[in-house]
Design a protein around this ligand. Structure first.
Ligand code: PLP
Length: 454
């Protein structure tokens, strides 16, 4: 408790004393000074001391239209004044949620015409798994409940979604024991640093997947969940053809395919949804969040195919036909209103076209940094990328390589650039509105930081 007479703390001190952050570094708990970001405009944010940074992280992969968009603020204020909230349970709804579901159905591939709103990406992933379980249980196949995921995946921060995730670094002391989750190998293939071809890698991954399906038994597997490109696990791109081939394997074994597009959707790869536009598949469910509202409000959604929802409706128990899943703030009207405005601006400004234009330039410019001796590799796709550091000895997230990346991050921050440190990587996912001049600034600052950190 703080006594009323205690001297006022700065926000940074209050934060350091009272907040336990997501993914906090516990070694510095209470002693660290928190960086308070208090203002932001476009692709730049300003801290409470007045220093400006170019935000190459885009908040947390989510600030797609950038900061300070009046139209988005207006959409939120307008909806809050009109009707801030009403329950979404049962057959009650709000206009923004209904209209947003309609718009998402138009944007989504194939027959993904039904939307189950949630509050964020994690709750959407959890809900999708429950939908898959409900789907098979309602058809009298309750044993079909196992889930295939991958090492290095990230699907959220709740107990189940962390069980689905496969990042070693997140497993300290927690026992993620969902007994129905199985992790296949990490599918990332980096042609610059691999001694096998993409085709060989693909074949190995598919053989492993089929072997695992046969071992567990297709009759026991409900679904496969996959980010088209693994994001926070280290921007890992599977070999060409992987998404399509895994999708076909799922079809062959009656396993539902859930595409987690929390990061890859809403423009980051140059399309509203990458599953079909980039990878040629029409999943049974697609998860979206983050860029759905351009980060202005928390919101998540599972888009579900008519094939699945029709089956759900037919097979639901007659005496208790209730799909018991959802949250007080599922499809919050203010969040849905901002998502609608976000989609409108994305279309008016052709944000996806812009990303298809500047995305390849971003990757091409970043790849110039590969000449630096402490760069092991640079990888990415459109506006998601990372620089992987090493001392030149052993690659990977060992202490020496992680220390190097931390140095690079610190130099960048000093020079007014925010990149996301993760293990020995500097991860970037700038707002989609970024232009070539700011891309050049990112590359120049990183280049300086890499030179200093050597
Ligand atoms: N899925 C993916 C691919 C993500 O990257 C994230 C968050 O980074 C999530 C799910 C979880 O989303 P949220 O943090 O909104 O719960």
């Amino acid at each position: 408790n703080t006594s009323a007479a205690a001297p006022a703390q700065t926000a940074s001190q209050a934060d350091a004393r009272h907040v336990l952050h997501p993914w906090a570094d516990l070694s510095g708990l209470g002693e660290q000074t928190s960086l308070i970001i208090s203002q932001a405009k476009g692709v730049r944010v300003r801290d409470s001391a007045g220093k400006t940074y170019l935000d190459a992280i885009g908040g947390m992969w989510c600030m797609t239209l950038g900061y300070g968009r009046e139209e988005l603020a207006e959409a939120m204020a307008d909806q809050a004044r009109r009707m801030a909230y009403y329950t979404p349970f049962g057959d009650l709804s709000s206009e923004p949620a209904a209209r947003l579901a309609e718009r998402l159905s138009q944007l989504a591939p194939g027959d993904l015409n039904r939307v189950h709103f949630t509050t964020c990406g994690s709750t959407a992933v959890e809900s999708a798994i429950r939908i898959a379980h409900y789907h098979f249980a309602a058809q009298g196949k309750p044993a079909k409940r196992h889930v295939l995921s991958r090492i290095n995946a990230y699907h959220g921060g709740t107990y189940l979604t962390q069980s689905l995730s496969g990042k070693d670094a997140d497993r300290t002391l927690f026992q993620y024991e969902a007994d129905f989750v199985h992790h296949l190998s990490s599918p990332g293939h980096d042609p610059d640093r691999s001694n096998v071809s993409a085709a060989e890698k693909l074949q190995t991954l598919l053989e492993e997947m089929e072997t695992e399906i046969l071992r567990i038994g297709a009759d026991n597997i409900a679904c496969f969940i996959a980010e088209p490109i693994l994001a926070s696990g280290g921007v890992l791109t599977p070999p060409e053809g992987y998404q399509k081939a895994t999708f076909e394997m799922c079809r062959k074994h009656d396993i539902l395919y859930i595409s987690d597009e929390v990061v890859t959707g809403f423009g980051r790869l140059g399309h509203f949804f990458a599953s079909e536009a980039r990878f040629g598949i029409q999943p049974d469910m697609i998860i979206t969040a983050k860029g759905l509202t351009s980060g202005y409000q928390p919101l998540g959604a599972v888009m579900i195919s008519d094939r699945i929802t029709d089956a759900l409706a037919k097979a639901a128990p007659k005496d208790k036909p209730v799909f018991s899943n959802g949250f007080t703030y599922s499809g919050h009207p203010v969040a849905c209103a901002v998502a609608l405005a976000n989609i409108e601006i994305m279309e008016q400004e052709d944000i996806c076209g812009h990303v298809r234009d500047v995305g390849p330039y971003f990757i091409e410019r970043l790849r110039e940094l590969r000449d630096n001796p402490i760069v092991y590799t640079v990888r990415g796709d459109h506006l998601m990328a990372c620089v992987e550091c090493w001392t030149g000895q052993d690659a990977g997230p060992n202490a020496a390589n992680m220390a190097l990346a931390q140095k690079v991050d610190a130099y960048c921050q000093d020079a007014g650039l925010l990149v996301r440190p993760y293990e020995n990587l500097c991860i970037m996912s700038p707002p989609l509105i970024i232009d070539r001049t700011d891309i050049d600034r990112i590359v120049a600052t990183l280049s300086d930081a890499l030179a200093k950190a050597q």
